[in-house]
Ligand binder design. Structure first.
Ligand SMILES: [Zn+2]
Length: 233
């Protein structure tokens, strides 16, 4: 029986490791998700910057159109000059041209200012684009690393399952069935140490006599509270 208990202890260790590897594998998508936030932010910043630039370019086109209109107006005003008969009218007309030209200069200034702004915005947009590339690269690295981990865990899992099969062959079927039943009932922990008269599965006290018998009797013992198989080191 001591031998069977040794096998159960080994089986429990394998089963616990299998559960932990499976959890590791299941956690990988969550792990990847955690690392995508900076990329999402970079993409959002890029879109915002792109919108800003589009807005500025639209404004610039409008201003350029206004410049064009005002140039036409000036052109027409100048053409009309030759039709003017009186001196007074002539001076008023010149003033009108002058005023319109001033308006045009102001508009041209606006266009120049916008052009500078657009240059700056383009630079910022390029930086935002680079940031996206950097974040993508970083995320790829992380994914590669995690994929490697996943593959390792899967390989380990295959090995553990093989080892498990070998072990199970050596355990009497009725004891194996009971172990599996206990494993299910106890959330994956069917074999535990008894220490200082306490079951390390449910942390309840073990009757002193049973505690002694675990050590002295050559048979399997189960915790009276939780049903787990007990062993003493
Ligand atoms: Zn117990």
């Amino acid at each position: 029986m001591k031998e069977v208990l040794e096998l159960l202890i080994a089986l429990q260790e394998i089963d616990s490791t299998i559960v932990s590897r499976k959890l590791q594998i299941d956690d990988i998508p969550k792990e990847i998700n955690k690392h995508t936030a900076p990329l999402q932010k970079a993409e959002k910043d890029f879109r915002k910057q792109q919108e800003k630039l589009n807005e500025m370019e639209k404004k610039k086109r409008q201003k350029e159109l206004e410049v064009k209109e005002i140039e036409d107006r000036i052109e027409k005003l100048k053409e009309r000059t030759k039709d003017i008969k009186t001196n007074k009218e002539y001076h008023a007309h010149l003033k009108e041209i002058e005023k319109t030209e001033k308006e045009k200069y102001l508009l041209e200034d606006d266009v120049l200012y916008l052009m500078e702004e657009i240059e700056e915005a383009k630079k910022t947009l390029k930086e935002a684009e680079k940031k996206i590339e950097d974040e993508k690269k970083r995320l790829e690295e992380i994914k590669k690393e995690l994929d490697k981990k996943k593959q390792q865990a899967e390989e380990e899992l295959q090995e553990l399952k093989k080892k498990r099969l070998v072990l199970v062959e050596k355990i009497p079927p009725d004891i194996y069935d009971s172990y599996m039943e206990t494993l299910e009932k106890t959330n994956g922990l069917a074999v535990v140490e008894a220490k200082d008269e306490v079951c390390l599965g449910c942390y309840m006290s073990i009757p002193p006599q049973l505690y002694v018998e675990i050590k002295t009797e050559d048979r399997l013992h189960q915790c009276p509270q939780c049903g787990r198989y007990l062993y003493r080191k």
